[in-house]
Design a protein around this ligand. Sequence first.
Ligand code: ADE
Length: 231
Amino acid sequence: MLGIIGAMNEEVASLKEKMDGVSIYRAAGMEFCQGKLQGRDVVVVRSGIGKVNGAICSQILADKFQVTKIINTGIAGSLRNEINIGDIVLSKDTLQHDMDATGFGYPAGQIPQMETSVFEGDTGMIEAAKECCAQVVPDIGVHVGRVVSGDQFVSDKEKKKWLTETFDGYCTEMEGAAIAQAAYLNHIPFLIIRAISDKADDSAIISYEEFEAKAIEHSVKLVTALVEKLD
Ligand code: ADE
């Protein structure tokens, strides 16, 4: 069973439309849609926005559905000049940029008393996703790099600079690392797939509104193709 988490309604609505034999399970204010997508057993769910929602959602996928892989799809702000609106970022790894125990001497982003704070995307899933991108969105830039997550919509160039310089982030969003941390704690391979909706700077809010739909279209196309490739 494959778990597919989107943060927002728009992201999961198109996936749900493509599913057959759907049954619904409700928990924690979330609707878990279990059924077939491209002939594969999946659970598609909207987590809601932010890290807490993402982590709770991941844990329910582990406990209730025993998912064997988790995909987190959605949109993100670019942290690099060469990553354009509409491009796709696949998570080489991910961390929480707003985890801050620097007062105790920990580096920014490090979770005290955990053996790691950087969660690695599954290499098999990354390779499969790259192949799918070449097939279904061949004209779009695909980047494999670090996804930095926090409970913040980043729309300011100083913050963006800090995220790039401190963490070498490729894109920023609000759930991925929390979903990944829960996946890691439950020994479930994961991949974050984010289509870029904005540049995470002073233009972010305007371009987010303009490009959100296009970005979602790209990630949905990719996830639909990827589901067929994964075992
Ligand atoms: N999701 C899409 N764009 C984002 C941004 N700039 N910051 C955080 N989450 C986002």
